[in-house]
Design a protein around this ligand. Structure first.
Ligand code: HEM
Length: 498
């Protein structure tokens, strides 16, 4: 399949942009509306968007930036039994993220992106998202502040992760604009009187706008109005007033500055939260910022149709800031001068970035050797040309995942035979298969990789040699299996099966 600008960016962009309606990723529904709790009954008084933000904080804050270890690496998955990681947020969230993990999308990237999505969906700023984080294979350091942690230790923990006092106060206020402290989980902070029939976990909100990413927590703390900064300020138990100790530690100077910023508080949070999710181990190289794509080929693949013809098919997704998208597109491939006219499907999708329209297409390709690019044109749309690599591909209609007690991945790969001359041995493709499998001690899957899977030639079609292979990947966690054709060390084609 063809992914633009690359597999990882395309998949992460999908989670961010395909929010509601057509071809939605299923990621954002968990936090729609922002007050929604996806992992259980609404009467628990929990909020998934707030949980996601807290999860990211706990993964990040045990970093040792000076050593270049820890940070956003999903090591949290191995740490959920620790006292410092109390509460249901961690397993709730990792269970929700788990099916989205594959060899291109790590759990750590999902935790980071969930911050952009939850903050953006709850009325907050758009936090730039990047990919490329690598999941830890074991637990990391200790060092998450708890309500009873003394000030010096708390500031030490933040400093380990590269955040000074001012940053730490502001970041905590940014985090505590969403969500609650719950009696169930933190009985030494919130007493049993918070429990009611519609709030069975006994949550008390940090501010009076629990589902709005806004400056209320700062104003209410300083003015003594609303929730007065929340339970970590007002707890019956003085030793549990960690937010009060932190906010007062510079005589409230930082909180006053944040209050004076007004709506600018959101911008401060945008910067700090982006910094937070970009604290990664030193071996990680983050991708460029993932921007919503205006013109995006989706599920674009080469395949063989029932009559054995080579076809190029998929969708073109147009993202427009208004609901008016071009009503017609044309697609021209390098193999045919005649443009194909594309009409959108009736159901659009939507997100905070605008409305998406999906234009399905299917067109024969002949000869495959001259298929090098395709171009999309539309009214008031700059022409977009996408390069293609058609020398080898995993054939979607001849590849599948069969799940039973064990999981078998059957695939067929096509390799272009040069000028019709069969060089069977020379053209034998190198195929890699990667599968997310359960991992001891964490809900985060491990990626089990199979390199150079044995393939046998099973004939020829439209100038391509066909190669079939099969791998038993054992018990699959959840999520997608990737099959890749490798040439010169790089993947020339990737297909996700799931
Ligand atoms: C001194 C630092 C901090 C301490 C001691 C602390 C402690 C806590 C505690 C005890 C809760 C209650 C959890 C529950 O009952 O489910 C909580 C909730 C929360 N924290 Fe913090 N926190 C700190 C800093 C931060 C930071 C820096 C962020 C994010 C940037 C953050 C984000 C959140 C969020 C979003 C919630 C609400 C979770 C929910 O409603 O499920 N916290 N925090």
């Amino acid at each position: 399949a063809f992914f633009y600008p690359d597999v990882q960016t395309s998949l992460l962009e999908h989670l961010i942009v395909d929010t509601y309606g057509a071809y939605w990723s299923g990621f954002s529904f968990a936090i729609t509306p922002c007050s929604h709790y996806v992992s259980g009954n609404q009467t628990l008084g929990r909020e998934t968007a707030a949980q996601w933000l807290r999860v990211a904080f706990h993964d990040f804050v045990t970093a040792r930036v000076e050593e270049g270890t820890g940070g956003m690496d999903a090591s949290l998955g191995f740490e959920t039994l620790r006292e410092e990681d109390s509460g249901t947020a961690f397993n709730d969230s990792l269970t929700f993220f788990r099916p989205f993990v594959n060899s291109k999308v790590s759990m750590a990237d999902l935790i980071a992106i969930s911050v952009s999505i939850s903050v953006g969906n709850c009325g907050g700023p758009q936090i730039a998202a990047r990919g490329g984080r690598i999941d830890a294979t074991e637990a990391g350091q200790f060092g998450v502040p708890a309500p009873e942690t003394d000030l010096e230790t708390t500031l030490g923990y933040f400093a380990n992760a590269g955040f000074n006092r001012v940053d730490s106060i502001a970041l905590t206020a940014c985090g505590h604009t969403l969500g609650s402290v719950h009696h169930g989980g933190f009985p030494t902070v919130v007493g049993p009187e918070a429990v009611s029939a519609t709030n069975t976990a006994g949550g008390i909100h940090f501010d009076s706008t629990v589902d709005l990413f806004d400056p209320s927590v700062v104003n209410e703390y300083l003015d003594g109005t609303g929730n007065q900064g929340g339970p970590l300020v007002t707890s019956f138990n003085a030793s549990s007033r960690s937010d009060l100790r932190l906010y007062e530690s510079d005589s409230n100077a930082t909180m006053v500055t944040l209050a004076n910023q007004g709506a600018g508080f959101l911008n401060t949070c945008k910067g700090l939260l982006q910094r937070m999710v970009e604290v990664v181990p030193k071996n990680v190289k983050l991708s460029d910022v993932i921007s919503p794509l205006q013109v995006k080929p989706v599920n674009a693949t080469l395949d063989f149709d029932d009559s054995g013809n080579l076809v190029f098919k998929g969708y073109i997704r147009i993202l427009s800031s208004t609901s008016s998208a071009p009503s017609v597109l044309t697609l021209t491939t390098s193999t045919s001068p005649k443009p194909l006219v594309l009409i959108p499907e009736s159901a659009p999708g939507s997100s905070v970035f605008g409305v998406t329209h999906f234009f399905p297409f299917s067109t024969p390709i002949k000869p495959a050797s001259s298929f090098q690019s395709f171009t999309i044109n539309g009214k008031s749309l700059a022409p977009h040309t996408f390069p293609v690599e058609a020398s080898a591909f995993v054939i979607p209609s001849l590849s599948s995942v069969k799940s039973g007690a064990s999981t078998t991945v059957d695939f067929t790969v096509a390799t272009l035979s040069s000028k019709g001359v069969f060089k069977r041995s020379a053209l034998k493709p190198s195929v890699s298969v990667s599968a997310p499998v359960p991992q001891m001690g964490t809900l985060g899957p491990a990626i089990l990789g199979f390199k150079d899977v044995a393939v046998t030639n099973v004939g020829e079609k439209m100038g391509y040699l066909l190669w079939r292979g099969s791998v038993d990947v054992g018990v699959l966690a959840t999520g997608n299996v990737t099959v890749e054709v490798i040439s010169g060390g790089v993947a020339v084609d990737t297909l996700l099966l799931g």
